[in-house]
Design a protein around this ligand. Structure first.
Ligand code: NAI
Length: 329
C-alpha cells in the first residue's frame, strides 16, 4: 500500500520512518503541501493519504481524492471534525483515526497553560532575563482547595481531572455520559459547573451541539475571576463573546491551545508576516491571555503512539482485518 503524507513536518517523517520496517508492504511518501482541492491530484496512484488535524477534508476535497482513486484517509490525530464523513462514505473512502494516543500529553499541556496563565511564568522569564526582578503584574491565585470544572470526561478529561486532584482541587465535571471510574469527581449540570468552577477546562469534542457552548450566556453564568482553558477545539468558544468577557474583566486568566481561525496559522512560522486575522491579534493583546499553537499532543510518547497506530490502521485495511479505529457518518 502506498500512502501519501500531506502537511508533513520533519518530526512526522522521523517518527513514521523509524517504525516503517515493522510494517512490510507499506510505502510512504512525505510532502510538505497540505491537502486542499488543488493538491488532491498529487494523490493519484496512492491508495491512501495521511493527514493531520489542520487538513481541509471538506466534501469537495474528499470527492477530489475519490476521483484520484484514494480508498483510505488515515488521520494521524484523534479529532475528525475536519472530515466530511458523508462525502467519504459516498466516495467509498474509509476514514481511520488515532483515538487516545496520549491523553496525558494533552492534559499535562492544559495544566501547563493553567499554570502559565495563572502565575505568568512566560512573563517572569522574560523580565528576569532583562534584569527586571520586580513582581508587578505577576500575581496569581492558589489552585489548592479551589474547584476545577472539567467539561467532557473522556480520556483527556479524565487525565486532567486526576492532575487537578493532585493539586488538591475539588473536581466537578459535566459529561453526557459520566465516567464511573472517576470516584473522586462529582458530576453536575453544565450550569452548575459554570457557576461553581474557579478553573474550567474544556475536553469535549466539537460537534453541532458543542459548537460555541462558551458564549455570552454561558460566560455570564461563570464566577468572576474564573480561569478558562481550551485544549480541545477552537469552535467550542464563540471568540467574539470571549473577547467581550475578557474586556468585562470576567476572567482571571485564559489559556488557549486551540482557537477559531487557527487552521491558516497553526504549525506555520508567520513571524515575518503581517497577520490579517484581527481576532487572534485581539486575543494576543490581552495581558491575561496565554496562547499556544495546538501543541497539546506534542510529546515524544504521543508521536510514537500516533505513528504506530496510524500504520496499524493502514495494515488492518490492507489485510482486510476489522477496522477498529474507523469513523463513519
Ligand atoms: P473522548 O472521545 O475520549 O472524550 C470526549 C468526551 O466528551 C466523552 O466522554 C463524551 O461523552 C464527552 N462529550 C461529548 N459530547 C459532549 C457534550 N455535548 N457535552 C459534554 N461532554 C460531551 O476524547 P478525548 O480523547 O478525551 O479528546 C477530547 C478532545 O480533545 C478531542 O475531541 C479533540 O478535539 C481534542 N484534542 C486536542 C489535542 C491538542 O493537541 N490540543 C490533541 C488531541 C485531542
Amino acid at each position: 500500500m502506498k500512502i501519501l503524507f500531506y502537511g508533513t513536518k520533519n518530526y512526522d517523517e522521523r517518527f513514521f520512518s523509524r517504525i516503517l520496517p515493522d510494517f512490510p508492504g507499506i510505502e510512504m511518501k512525505f510532502i510538505e503541501a497540505n491537502i486542499y482541492e488543488e493538491t488532491a491530484s498529487l494523490a493519484r496512484g496512492y491508495e491512501a493519504i495521511c493527514a493531520f488535524v489542520n487538513a481541509d477534508l471538506s466534501a469537495p476535497v474528499v470527492r477530489a481524492l475519490g476521483r484520484e482513486g484514494v480508498k483510505l484517509i488515515l488521520l494521524r490525530c484523534a479529532g475528525y471534525n475536519n472530515v466530511d464523513l458523508a462525502a467519504a462514505r459516498d466516495c467509498g473512502i474509509s476514514v481511520l483515526r488515532v483515538p487516545g494516543y496520549s491523553p496525558e500529553a494533552v492534559a499535562e499541556h492544559a495544566m501547563a497553560l493553567v499554570l502559565t496563565a495563572n502565575r505568568h511564568t512566560h512573563k517572569a522569564y522574560i523580565k528576569c532575563r532583562e534584569n527586571n526582578f520586580a513582581l508587578n503584574g505577576l500575581m496569581g491565585i492558589n489552585l489548592y482547595r479551589k474547584t476545577a470544572g472539567i467539561v467532557g470526561t473522556g480520556k483527556i478529561g479524565q487525565a486532567m481531572a486526576r492532575i487537578c486532584r493532585g493539586f488538591g482541587m475539588k473536581v466537578i465535571a459535566y459529561d453526557l455520559y459520566p465516567c464511573k471510574d472517576l470516584d473522586f469527581v462529582t458530576y453536575v449540570s453544565l450550569d452548575e459547573l459554570l457557576r461553581e468552577s474557579d478553573l474550567i477546562s474544556l475536553h469535549c469534542p466539537l460537534t453541532e451541539e458543542t459548537r460555541h457552548m462558551i458564549n455570552e450566556e454561558s460566560i455570564g453564568k461563570m464566577k468572576d475571576g474564573v480561569i478558562l482553558v481550551n485544549t480541545s477545539r477552537g469552535g467550542l468558544i464563540k471568540t467574539e463573546d470571549l473577547i467581550a468577557g475578557i474586556r468585562d474583566h470576567k476572567f482571571f486568566a485564559v489559556g488557549l491551545d486551540v482557537y477559531e481561525e487557527e487552521t491558516d496559522f497553526v504549525y506555520e512560522d508567520m513571524s515575518e508576516r503581517i497577520l490579517q486575522s484581527s481576532t487572534i491579534q485581539r486575543l494576543l493583546s490581552f495581558p491575561n491571555v496565554t496562547m499556544t499553537s495546538h501543541q497539546g499532543f506534542f510529546t515524544e510518547e504521543a508521536l510514537s503512539n500516533i505513528a504506530e497506530t496510524t500504520l496499524e490502521n493502514a495494515a488492518d485495511f490492507m489485510n482486510g482485518k476489522p477496522l477498529k479505529n474507523q469513523v463513519t457518518a
